[in-house]
Write a protein that binds this ligand. Sequence first.
Ligand SMILES: Cc1ncc(COP(=O)(O)O)c(C=O)c1O
Length: 370
Amino acid sequence: MTDKLEFVDLKTQYAALKDRIAQRMQAVLDHGQYIMGPEVQELEHKLTAFCGAKHCITVASGTEALLIALMALDLKPGDEVITTPFTFAATVETIVLLGGKPVFVDIEPDTCNIDWRGIEAKVTRRTRAIMPVSLYGQVCDMDEINAIAARHGGIAVIEDAAQSFGATYKGRKSGNLSTFGCTSFFPSKPLGCYGDGGAIFTSDDVLAQACREIRVHGQSVRYTHTRVGVGGRMDTLQCAIVLAKFERFGWELERRAALGARYQRLLVGSELVAVRADRNSVWAQFTLMVDQRDRVQAALKAAGIPTAVHYPRPLHLQPAYTQSAGTEGYPVSERLAQRVLSMPMSADLSLSDQDRVVAALAEALAALPA
Ligand SMILES: Cc1ncc(COP(=O)(O)O)c(C=O)c1O
């Protein structure tokens, strides 16, 4: 437990893992292979075994994972990628960077995930991929999405699993549910490093090889550049840190599940993001919907409770993307962007701090003018 209530408590986690992290980092300093050292492959093997996909390619960030996956599909200017407007910018940024066109489908009002029922109507002959985002740590309706992709000649499906590593869907792991799963090891993510990092999962041998080459400037062998690539490697030190954290990840997933269930129990009667019965959430965010959010957030801040908004403006309304998005509105996303509010959540949140959050929230909601 820390003195100050943290939105994501990485300090307690570090205190628990300090020795292992120091050992792992020291090993890298001793062997000196800072780029593509042995920890890179070790981590890829461990994550593959955990997630169930045939290949894991670690990369420089979650953003890079999405970019490299799209490059491996050979996304061409004008190609369309169907996705949600209710996500972090990186999802759509990567499509636009390659000259692709994001095609938005609105979200479900209870889960905040893309509504698969709206996807098929948006498929055209230019559709190259569908990119569902497993928002807040819960996977989308992947069976339905994969079926739509299969019905239309095998469109690729890229799961943006930046927030959902460790989550399960019908008994299978997030990251191993479609053509690609792309995750992030940003420090506050369920499995984080101490800087930037990410990984691509796929069971397709050809696409995996393409990702491996793109990650190192398109090299098939050293100084033979067979395709255009990027400098997209995850460095050895960051892999070593994830390896140390991974030893505790099983325990952390259990804690996250217990804390999420406890929040749900204690906040019964509030409007919470729903979790479907055939999957779980790793609670990258524990999010609820409130009216008069600014007032609630200010009252919580005054009570010493940090909160966050994921996300205050859907991407079709962001200046950088209005042009690619066109004029269509996405009313559910627009409404929820005004109402979502995320509470402190991490494996090391203490029960007493969680009680403090719940009490302060009840007080803030009770004090709202009618
Ligand atoms: C949904 C989503 N996609 C992509 C990313 C990008 O990951 P990174 O920050 O590792 O580049 C994030 C990270 O915040 C995310 O939440």
